[in-house]
Design a protein around this ligand. Structure first.
Ligand SMILES: [Zn+2]
Length: 289
């Protein structure tokens, strides 16, 4: 390589490093600014309409407001089929998305650029694969989808119904954003990024066992707390148990203590405490259909 070539490579290298450092500092600064500013009263009122967020202790609620402000600054929303992107749409989705990253140190869904919102459940192409080959394409009704390529899709009717529900075990926003967390390391396999080798080993041991238990119960038509959609595969299992962990924590902790512990350790949250602090509530213990 000639001297001129080496000089060009060095200059480009320095420029890349400088740009990376500058954008990192810039991002940290504006995130600090949005965290300090928090949310307007109008946006807080929208968050307050979500029982899951309303029952947060005050310190976590303030932290959530800051995260929502950053999320709203960084992510785009796109309405489909005539869906209007109102403040209620943006703040409701952002609040539930940020609940998952409230305490764990992951970034703000770095691969996600756009949240696409349909007014209702929608039809999407579903490819049936056998041996890695597409053998059939069919239309499937969906409430949401999570893509690793920068977008996440939601039905607003279902998003709002799930967000407003006091208790239950379904929440399409938590489900799809759990998929985003799972996809962060580039592989959707039902295991998000964990802190240590020991954490991965324990996670695998507990979750594999719980997944098999759910599959067995669904097959034998036995009572099960976790929604049977989680028995499809390990990817759906992680998304489904995330919904249950946040939406019906008491029953999950009681019936699946090891799994609850793993999820509480990953999310660094204990939703059962918030639920227990509520004056009166009814936990949904109905068996799955
Ligand atoms: Zn899913």
């Amino acid at each position: 390589m000639e001297f001129l070539d080496i000089t060009v490579v060095v200059v480009i290298g320095i420029a890349v490093i400088a740009w990376t450092c500058w954008s990192g500092i810039f991002k940290r600064r504006y995130r600090e600014k949005y965290t300090l500013e928090g949310l307007s009263e109008e946006r807080r009122k929208i968050v307050h309409e979500i029982p899951l967020c309303r029952r947060l202790p005050d310190d976590l609620k303030e932290k959530l407001y800051g995260k929502i402000a950053i999320f709203l600054h960084e992510k785009e929303f796109d309405g489909c089929d005539g869906q209007e992107i109102t403040e209620e749409v943006r703040v409701t989705v952002a609040a539930l998305a940020c609940l998952l990253i409230l305490n764990n140190e992951t970034d703000f869904y770095p691969k996600l650029r756009t949240v696409v919102v349909h007014p209702h459940a929608y039809c999407a192409d579903h490819q049936v694969l056998i041996g890695g080959q597409v053998v059939e394409e069919e239309d499937v009704v969906k409430l949401g989808e999570s893509w690793g390529s920068g977008s996440l899709v939601l039905s607003w009717t279902d998003t709002l119904a799930d967000a407003r529900r006091q208790h239950g075990r379904h929440n399409v926003v938590l489900h799809e954003f759990a998929h985003q967390l799972d996809q962060l390391d580039g592989v959707a396999n039902g295991t998000p990024t964990l802190a240590s080798k020991e954490d991965y080993e324990r996670w695998e041991q507990v979750m594999a066992q719980e997944f098999q238990k759910l599959q067995r119960k669904v097959k034998n038509r036995e009572y099960h707390v976790i929604d049977e959609y989680g028995a499809e595969n390990r990817v759906e299992f992680f998304a489904v148990v995330t919904e249950s962990f946040f939406c019906s924590p008491a029953i999950v902790r009681e019936t699946h203590p090891d799994m609850y512990r793993e999820l509480a350790k990953y999310y660094k949250l204990d939703p059962q405490e918030w639920e227990a602090a509520e004056p009166a509530h009814a936990i949904n213990t109905e068996p799955a259909a």
